[in-house]
Design a protein around this ligand. Structure first.
Ligand SMILES: *[C@@H]1O[C@H](CO)[C@@H](O)[C@H](O)[C@H]1NC(C)=O
Ligand SMILES: *[C@@H]1O[C@H](CO)[C@@H](O)[C@H](O)[C@H]1NC(C)=O
Ligand SMILES: *[C@@H]1O[C@H](CO)[C@@H](O)[C@H](O)[C@H]1NC(C)=O
Length: 407
């Protein structure tokens, strides 16, 4: 009796597992047909681009070639002091990561040491080796002392006895600070996105961790969208937005929406940067999203937003494609508003921002307080001047205008 029951259970489990993997194959076949992209060869290269040396795929992931329609790449940028995020991010993402690291002058050496530490010493080094592609870039005016080819540099044994080279760095001692170089954030964003092997990318900031299982849920979601309408493209371009939250430094990152909702109730979690720039992150229907309970294990669209109208300053993070408008490389981190021109282009092109229901991003634990904003004022003024005069004219020439779209 019990044996029969056990058999029944294992049959059910088996068919469930097989059902999932069949769906996986069906989904991939559909995406292969539906997604208009060309796979590229995975290789390492170096070139001068604008005022920078770019060493693309200096570190190559062991995953090798990937068909462009079959996966999603997390693309991001950092300097070496942010590399503590790589493993926690990969533990949740478990898919390709394309990371551009700014390493001018003498910041290059600790960058290499930090990479070696991640590849050789960190308990999560297998994930790093498997999934992480790293690109290095630096100004032609601020060359490192020596740049060894990756074959040589990455063979050096790391010092696994000391602390990771990326922790407790005093930022004032960094080459970048001592030479008052701005952080070329959009250069990094574009380098990382350009190097993506996949058509779909989550262009994000390295401290934002996605919910586990997002990539396969997302590909299934895309697969479901093309059921019955093979090859049909949506009329407006669209991207899929992930809402962002922060949690207290003493709690762990929620894995599911019900967990997040509990934490929002207890005050252990809050929507991202509400005190710093509410208009940048709120987006439409935030309260309704928070209130809504999970009704399906599948991923779906909760509501659709546009960049215009009441959401002029919204800076959503989304799963999009390598063909979305690029980031303006003249805008820097210190100047703020670094995503504004991309957002303007997406407004004019009438992008739809489809907000996903059961997936989200959580910032590395620790709720950020509004900082001392006076400190960054001069660059901010310079960026604003640049956006207002030169860039906004260029943007209008390139993308045109549309009522409701502002820079
Ligand atoms: C994406 O690629 C990684 C690395 O090859 C792989 O481990 C992962 O399973 C892939 N994701 C999906 C949904 O196929
Ligand atoms: C985290 O810290 C806050 C106060 O800072 C406290 O109220 C809360 O109970 C702590 N949570 C845990 C899980 O330790
Ligand atoms: C969210 O739910 C609470 C309690 O059920 C309710 O009082 C509130 O009006 C809801 N808010 C929104 C925006 O739906």
């Amino acid at each position: 009796m019990f044996r029969l029951f056990g058999l029944l259970i294992s049959l059910i489990v088996l068919s469930f597992v097989l059902g999932i993997s069949c769906l996986e194959k069906g989904t991939l076949a559909k995406l292969k047909k539906f997604v208009n992209c060309e796979s590229k060869a995975y290789k390492s290269s170096h070139a001068i681009y604008k005022d920078y040396w770019v060493l693309e795929n200096y570190v190559m992931a062991e995953h090798g070639d990937i068909p462009c329609y079959s996966n999603v790449t997390y693309t991001t940028h950092a300097d070496y002091t942010y590399l503590d995020n790589v493993v926690p991010l990969l533990e949740r993402w478990r898919s390709p990561l394309s990371l551009a690291i700014y390493a001018p002058g003498t910041d290059f050496e600790p960058t290499i040491q930090s990479i070696l530490y991640l590849l050789q010493c960190h308990p999560g080094h297998d994930l790093v080796r498997q999934l992480c592609s790293i690109h290095l870039y630096f100004d032609v005016e601020h060359l490192p002392q020596v740049v060894l080819p990756p074959e040589t540099a990455l063979k050096e044994p790391a010092n696994c006895n000391g602390p990771p080279p990326y922790v407790n760095v005093f930022k004032g001692n960094m080459y970048r600070a001592q030479n008052t170089l701005d952080y070329p954030v959009n250069m990094g964003r574009n380098i990382a996105r350009r190097a993506s092997l996949t058509h779909y990318v989550l262009a994000s900031d390295i401290e934002l961790y996605p919910t586990p299982g997002l990539v396969s849920d997302y590909l299934h979601f895309l697969g479901r969208q093309v059921i019955g309408i093979p090859g049909q493209q949506p009329t407006s371009p669209l991207v899929h937005v992930l809402r962002i939250f922060e949690v207290m430094s003493n709690v762990s990152v929620p894995n599911t929406k019900p967990e997040l909702q509990e934490m929002l109730k207890s005050g252990e979690a809050v929507p991202f940067h509400m005190d710093i720039c509410e208009a940048c992150h709120r987006g439409p229907n935030l309260e309704e999203w928070i209130n809504a309970s999970v009704v399906s294990q599948e991923l779906n669209v909760f509501n659709v937003g546009h960049r215009s109208e009441n959401n002029n300053n919204w800076e959503p993070i989304f799963v999009g494609t390598v063909e979305d408008p690029p980031y303006d490389e003249r805008l820097t981190w210190e100047g703020q508003r670094d995503k504004m021109t991309q957002a303007y282009a997406m407004c004019v092109l009438d992008y739809e921002f489809h907000i996903l229901d059961n997936a989200f991003l959580v910032h590395k634990p620790g709720i950020k307080q509004p900082g001392n904003r006076k400190e960054i004022f001069p660059q901010e003024r310079r960026n604003n001047g640049l956006i207002n005069k030169k860039i906004s004219r260029e943007m209008r020439m390139t993308y045109g205008t549309r009522s409701g779209c502002v820079i």
